[in-house]
Write a protein that binds this ligand. Structure first.
Ligand code: TRH
Length: 373
């Protein structure tokens, strides 16, 4: 089947991060012929260094990447059309969809949420006569589209996490000295309003040495630079490194290597879950803290059933990191979490195993579409 994926980069990297993964998985695992339309190739190149923003059309692996220009070129409509995150398709393309002899399957891929209402809306049709658009919701529960999970992900991750040599080679490849025993390696990818300075202060007198890794041209990197911790500098128990912004697959390896990951938005959020290590999520900040429900909904699913005392510490850490409770709670919350890191590691492993039972979003979506072609 021929697929057209449309990605309008709003801000940040998540939109293209999700679309690039989906395109690759549909092509590699579902036998789809994928054309990915992107309106901002410069941002795309940050996560896929081989992208050439000057080219209107190029092949990345087996995926055809096309620059979404205006006016939109006159192209043949695909069998399946995926409008991601409500990006509104080009009007001329929608006209062509309506004129197509065989109606294409029209999908609107929604943002990921753990909220309970998702199940009710997942897969619902929206009449766009003579066509029908379907709302497709990623999610963490039965009755949703699941999340992106490529074939062999757990096997590759487990092999990498079992091989200290490979991890050391990976760290060396980004100029980070080898993981020191008794030291906690932490990756940090967050939004500017995350209370980084308060957490750095707490880590300065932590129970064990902590080394933070941040990624060039991101808020956490700026915070490390400001704290004089960007190139291995240290303050008390805390030291830091700023590494280059990594290609998506290398970012995965960093998540697999670290003992704790601070992530944000949508795609890094999901990848941290697949890393099966303790993590802290900063939701995309919204007006009036309306991201509170997103954080609480996910924590309720993630911690649901876990008797561990440290759940309280984790809830405090996440809500303080998301600016939902006073940042003064960060230090004590971290201390509580660090003390029960083993248990939180078990929660992370159990969660990744549960998430796997939903099946990968790319395969689930391909099945959904093949039933409607
Ligand atoms: O960049 P984000 O904040 O994107 C967000 C989300 O999409 C959110 O849903 C949306 O509302 C908001 O934008 C507008 O975070 P996210 O989703 O984690 O995407 C980051 C991408 O960058 C992800 O694919 C991982 C990738 N990445 C790398 O490839 N290399 C790196 O070094 C790092 C740090 C990230």
């Amino acid at each position: 089947m021929r697929w057209d994926l449309f990605c309008a980069v709003v801000d940040n990297l998540g939109d293209i991060g999700v679309c690039w993964r989906l395109a690759r998985q549909l092509e590699a695992e579902e036998g789809a012929e994928v054309r990915l339309w992107v309106d901002d190739l410069v941002t795309f190149r940050r996560i896929a260094p081989s992208v050439d923003p000057a080219l209107a059309t190029q092949r990345l692996g087996e995926v055809e990447v096309c620059r979404w220009d205006t006016p939109f070129p006159d192209v043949a409509v695909a069998d399946v059309v995926v409008e991601t995150f409500g990006c509104d398709l080009p009007a001329s393309y929608v006209d062509a969809m309506k004129a197509r002899t065989r109606a294409p399957v029209w999908i609107n891929l929604e943002y990921l949420s753990a909220e309970s209402w998702v199940n009710r809306y997942h897969g619902l049709p929206s009449p766009q006569p003579p066509l029908t658009k379907y709302f497709y919701f990623p999610g963490f529960a039965e009755g949703t589209g699941g999340v992106l999970m490529e074939e062999g992900l757990r096997r590759r991750r487990e092999a990498f996490q079992a091989d200290a040599g490979e991890q050391a080679r990976f760290l060396a490849s980004v100029n980070v000295p080898q993981h020191r025993s008794g030291e906690l390696l932490v990756s940090m990818f967050c939004y500017p309003r995350a209370p980084m300075a308060a957490l750095f202060d707490a880590w300065e007198s932590a129970a064990q040495p902590i080394r933070v890794i941040a990624f060039a041209e991101t808020p956490a990197a700026q915070a490390l630079v400001a704290a004089g911790l960007a190139a291995g500098g240290s303050r008390g128990r805390l030291s830091g490194h700023v590494v280059p912004f990594l290609a998506q697959d290398d970012y995965d390896r960093m998540l697999w290597t670290c003992d704790w990951n601070f992530v944000r938005g949508e795609d890094s959020f999901v990848r941290a879950q697949w890393a099966a290590r303790p993590f802290t999520w900063q939701a995309y900040p919204q007006e009036a803290d309306s991201h509170r429900i997103k954080v609480q909904s996910f924590l309720a699913r993630y911690l649901g059933g876990s008797a561990m005392g440290s759940s309280a510490g984790l809830v405090d850490l996440w809500t303080a990191w998301n600016g939902l409770v006073p940042q003064g709670r960060l230090g004590p919350a971290w201390t509580a979490c660090a003390a029960t890191r083993g248990g939180l590691g078990e929660i992370a492993r159990q969660w990744a195993a549960r998430l796997e039972t939903l099946g990968g979003l790319a395969g689930n979506l391909a099945r959904f579409c093949s039933e409607r072609v």
